[in-house]
Design a binder for this molecule. Sequence first.
Ligand SMILES: [Zn+2]
Length: 162
Amino acid sequence: MKLFKGVHFQDLLITMSTHIDCHECGTTYEVWNAYDQKCNAKHWQDNFKNWTSESEDIDNLIQQSQRNANKDYEIIEWIDSSKFANIQLIADGKMYKAIWKNGPITNYYEEEPGDYSMHYYSFFWNDKGSAWNRLGDHPIAIKVFDDFNLLLKEVKWNCHIY
Ligand SMILES: [Zn+2]
């Protein structure tokens, strides 16, 4: 569903009254901030059975973020390595760059990819109710950890869980 068209970000900042209603529960949100915690937590939860990191601590951390997130950037996702392409070493055997196929969830679209002047906001969970809307192939950095506790510490630090 395309809610409105050709609106510049500056216009959005001026027209602060631009709102949308969650298409599942009807709660009203500002368009650029329309992450519905309750409805989306349920969609994440429905998918818990389909993945595991094989570490109870990591699984709990990820599941907790998916249950509690109030913004899309608060979510941690388990990404299977099959979703990474063009993996290239960038430093000392521990840092790689890659493309995350389909990328993170989003509610933002550009009419022509790369053309910021024509964009839309919609929902994170798509209208057909079957999948997350995703940004598309996205460059990422991959860091390799030998020490599980260091990994856990860094994930918690990045997620502001102390
Ligand atoms: Zn909702």
